[in-house]
Write a new protein. Sequence first.
Length: 529
Amino acid sequence: MNRRQLLLGATMLASAPSRAFAQASTLSKAVRTAENMEPVVPRPEQDAAALRKLAELQTRAGRKPNIVWLLIDDMGWGDPGCYGGGAAIGAATPNIDRMAQEGLKLTSAYSQPTCTPTRSAILTGRLPVRTGLTRPILAGDKITRNPWADEVSLPRLLSGAGYTTVLSGKWHVGESVGMRPHDVGFDEYYGYYPAQKELSQSVDKRRYPDLVLNPERLAQLHETGASEALVHGFKGGATTDVQQVKSIEDIAEADRLLKEFTIKKIAELATAGKPFFLEHAFMKVHADNFASKEFEGKSGSKYPYKDAVVEVDAYIGEIVKALDDAKLLDNTLIFITSDNGPQMDSWPDSGYSPFKGAKTTPWEAGVRVPAIAYWKGVIKPGRQSDELFDLMDLFNTSLTLAGIGIDKLPGDRYYDGIDQTSFLLMDDGRSKREKVYIWAQADLMAMRMYEYKIHVKIVEAKAQWLWTDMSTITDVGLAPWLFNLYIDPKEEYPVGHRQNAWLASMAAEMKAHAATFKKYPPKNIGLAQ
Ligand code: CA
């Protein structure tokens, strides 16, 4: 089989081989433990030690551990100081840096290329192409089915295990009845459905004069019915609009309101006698960023994006302090990350990544994100790992923390997440993930395996930084493009023709991944791509 045939095999889902679930290549050490589960690098002793550690903790704490996710919107891998940014690029991040110093800093953690795909994947453990949530559901979309109707979400599973589940902040995964956070498993929701840009386009006359200064157009925009409110909703209960966003100032203060809610909620949860799952999803630093009163000009650079980084960092400090004040830190896993890379189209209202590309692309800048795991007294301070972590692994890892077995998951669908509890918690923990698959909507674009990355499709910007608004998706040529990220982190010079053994192995791994869609077909919810 030549390279071209391997490439075709990897990209043509219908041509899956009959030996679909056999181990794909000589490079692989991963083992498939069930037909519908992503193969894992077996680490039985490490797993057993982690389970013992968890059992001891539970005996000591008298309850299961709390899980807190602090999800930043569109922050680049290079923004926090502990990843090489911080004060050196005009926005110090002392709180994020401290969490990294006192916890585990992951340098090869991967998101999906955009907001909605990541946000749905971490709550389902499944690739967006499997759930149908490949992009935001917009007000004008005529979807044919509710993608959440048959998904078994993490908050739903955790609720069944005795957890209180709260989402504070941005949602962006459907705002009709049946798709809101409190419809899909969260007990309580307090936040905004859309991204900041979708709010600012009706109030910022400087950036959107053709809408804001044209009453007819603005009325047409509002007729789509998209929410522009701070919403408070309860599972099986009322949903109310707390405040309409009517000005730039309202957007600027959004994260402060969310932070105040989260801190108040932590105090309540601490005395409720139940473990909890709290996802705090920041509105910032997604464009359009407007500095809040307290943080205007507080960054070294004075630019709104950088002030937003400083604000988010300060709120992370305040939220962690609230957990500390409530004496919860030694029984809480805190995970800090970003839902995708920097949106360069909105520069200078953009994050920073030292890597190639941007949000929406399969290049490293699009999908490689900062990720820090912190658990006082449990995760050894000062750890750092370059082994692979996919944010979808948060799903499986959370199940293990809550003592929920995979027998609670339906067997009729494929799970892409991997339980990484032992990687995160053990002092010398190693990743159980060998590969990260990178999709853009319905296209399988690339795969990282160890330090190698193979592209079968690429995204090219046709103007400086316009990686979304003026870009093309292109098939590669005679062979997939294979990069060694350790010697070429910017993906500039493929080594394919000099690394034939790995090229063939990696093409075979992509083919095996593609083959999972034969038995477990993608869900189509009628979203036009
Ligand atoms: Ca995002």
